[in-house]
Design a protein around this ligand. Structure first.
Ligand code: ISL
Ligand code: CA
Length: 534
């Protein structure tokens, strides 16, 4: 069977500021990542065993949005190292069979990018049209009612040239104008620049906003009060500035560029219903994104950790995908609270994170693991005056899930002062490494088992009906390789009989102890098991 890295492998997201500092400035860097590659995959089961790493942006940036405001797409930020270190990182990763995915931010640049500096210099500037400029309404107000994702109007007035420019995020993040063919061509060059250096793929930031309604019509109000309450930007529907139908053409253009190189991949950040997300795969031709992030698990809070609900969301994504398209699953990233903290109302979030790990790594589709998930890192409580994230649209912002990797009880992340405070260092790699009951051991077992199992890598996904409420169970089937996952989403033990058609022969991996396989199963509260079927 073929082993295609982005399909059959596991992708690990590194938040570079927080993974490993190598020079004592308190900020993680690329040399630090090189020093930790053996942890990620040294070819043995001592290591985690991931197939690819994705870096949040490592490019020069004033860091208004911690790197998502890029001021040079083809360089490395001084905080992270230099181009030689990046080249070495790519080579060292490849030596270990680890692919490298960079973050591509096409929707906006930094306001300090030379392109924007030139664009805003005058209305006659050759780069004027590289960004989205519009006149004020007669009363001086912005051209339309669009709200920026981080709050406030999406338009900023430029005093000198007497026009507004569009920024879907911060004022420091002006939107590039992808309707200008020069912009598109130049951004394609950026992709080639990195692929020529050996980069294997791109995570594409807010792909769904790259093209907007050319008429810039007002967004209609969001009528659902529950959604309105989420954030200022949620008070309107993003009918005209997100998921605009023409975006798929920009996606196809990117795909044509990456297809010119062997085994490259794209994974796009897009929002919407399963059908809207599936659309980005490009329909029957599959000429869109290789993967479009499937985010429902990142929106699970206590109330939504319900077996039936989770199954419905997995089934809905499977059903929405065009034939041959490949699913993916994500529990966490740098924009959302740590999973174990989202489901911790009764203090049992850590147990649920183990069930989630078993599910993530046995479902059909590419699993994305956010750094620290594999040791069960939780949100870090950060004193108000130490908060750094400018985007407070999620209550206290996103710093709490971006704190330094917890390597050991001592502060192994840096010899200096970390840029964000440490979380609970009692939760750490060193302590979990040799503990067979630890989260890290569970992740390692699952990753290495998955690598060798045809069923987990490429088998059909078949949910099992008729089991008690609170249980989510599914089979993964590939020829003779037949597996069954059973998960208890409740705090109470649940006993049930497997249907006679399902005969289990072996308990392979579990969140708890491994009892012998039998027709009657009793799962403790928050217990999950992977079993072999006859
Ligand atoms: O648009 C939103 C809400 O209307 C957000 O959910 C948005 O989709 C999301 O925050 C986009 O995130 C990505 O782009 C941002 C950056 O700050 C995030 O870190 C990144 O993941 C701007 O580049
Ligand atoms: Ca550093």
């Amino acid at each position: 069977m073929e082993y295609l890295w982005w399909k059959h492998g596991v992708i690990y997201q590194i938040y570079p500021r927080s993974f490993q500092d190598s020079n004592g400035d308190g900020i993680g860097d690329l040399q630090g990542v090189i020093d930790r590659l053996d942890y990620l995959n040294d070819g043995t089961e001592r290591s985690l065993g991931v197939d690819a790493i994705w870096f949040s942006p490592t490019f020069p940036s004033p860091m208004a949005d911690f790197g998502y405001d890029v001021s040079d797409y083809e360089e490395v930020h001084d905080d992270f190292g230099d181009m030689a270190t990046m080249d070495r990182l790519i080579a060292e990763a490849h030596k270990r069979g680890i692919r490298v995915i960079l973050d591509f931010v096409p929707n906006h640049s930094s306001s300090q990018h030379p392109w924007f500096v030139e664009s805003r210099a005058s209305k006659e500037s050759p780069k004027r049209d590289w960004y989205v400029w519009r006149d004020a309404k007669p009363d001086g107000s912005p051209p339309n009612n669009w709200i920026a994702a981080f709050g406030g109007p999406a338009w900023e007035w430029d005093q000198r040239t007497q026009q507004y420019y569009l920024h879907s995020f911060l004022i420091e993040q002006p939107d590039l104008n992808w309707r200008n063919p020069e912009v598109e061509a130049r951004m394609h060059e950026v992709l080639r620049f990195w692929m020529d250096r050996g980069v294997d793929g791109f995570r594409i930031d807010v792909m769904d906003r790259v093209l907007k309604d050319p008429q810039h019509r007002d967004n209609p109000p969001q009528e659902n009060p529950r959604i309105r309450a989420l954030a200022q930007a949620a008070m309107q529907m993003h009918t005209y500035d997100q998921n605009w139908p023409e975006v798929i053409e920009a996606v196809r253009g990117i795909r044509r560029v990456t297809d010119a190189y062997p085994e490259r991949m794209t994974v796009g950040e897009v929002a919407g219903t399963p059908e809207q997300i599936a659309h980005y795969y490009g329909g029957a031709a599959l000429d869109g994104l290789h993967l479009a992030f499937n985010f429902p698990f990142t929106r699970i809070w206590d109330d939504r950790w319900i077996a039936e609900r989770v199954r419905r969301s997995v089934d809905a994504f499977e059903a929405a995908l065009p034939a041959g398209a490949w699913p993916n699953h994500v529990f966490g990233n740098h924009d959302v609270d740590r999973f174990s903290s989202r489901v911790n109302r009764d203090g049992r979030g850590h147990e649920r994170a183990r069930v989630a790990a078993l599910m993530l790594l046995t479902l059909r589709g590419t699993p994305f693991v956010y750094y620290g998930e594999e040791i069960g890192m939780a949100n870090t409580d950060i004193p108000e005056k130490m908060l750094q994230d400018p985007a407070r649209f999620y209550s206290r912002g996103r710093d709490q899930e971006r704190t330094p990797m917890q390597w050991s009880r001592e502060d192994a992340f840096t010899t200096g002062t970390p840029w964000l405070p440490y979380g609970n260092l009692a939760v750490n790699v060193e302590q979990q490494r040799d503990d067979p009951a630890s989260m890290l051991s569970l992740y390692r077992r699952l990753l290495w088992f998955r690598r060798r199992s045809d069923a987990l890598r490429d088998g059909a996904y078949t949910p099992v009906d008729g089991l008690p409420t609170g249980i989510y169970a599914y089979m993964r089937l590939y020829g003779d390789d037949r597996l069954l996952t059973v998960l208890n989403f409740t705090n109470d033990p649940i006993a049930f009989e497997l249907p006679a058609s399902l005969h289990t022969t072996e308990t392979l991996i579990g969140t708890h102890d491994l009892p012998a396989a039998a027709q009657s199963i009793t799962l403790a509260g928050n217990e999950g098991r992977l079993l072999r079927l006859a």
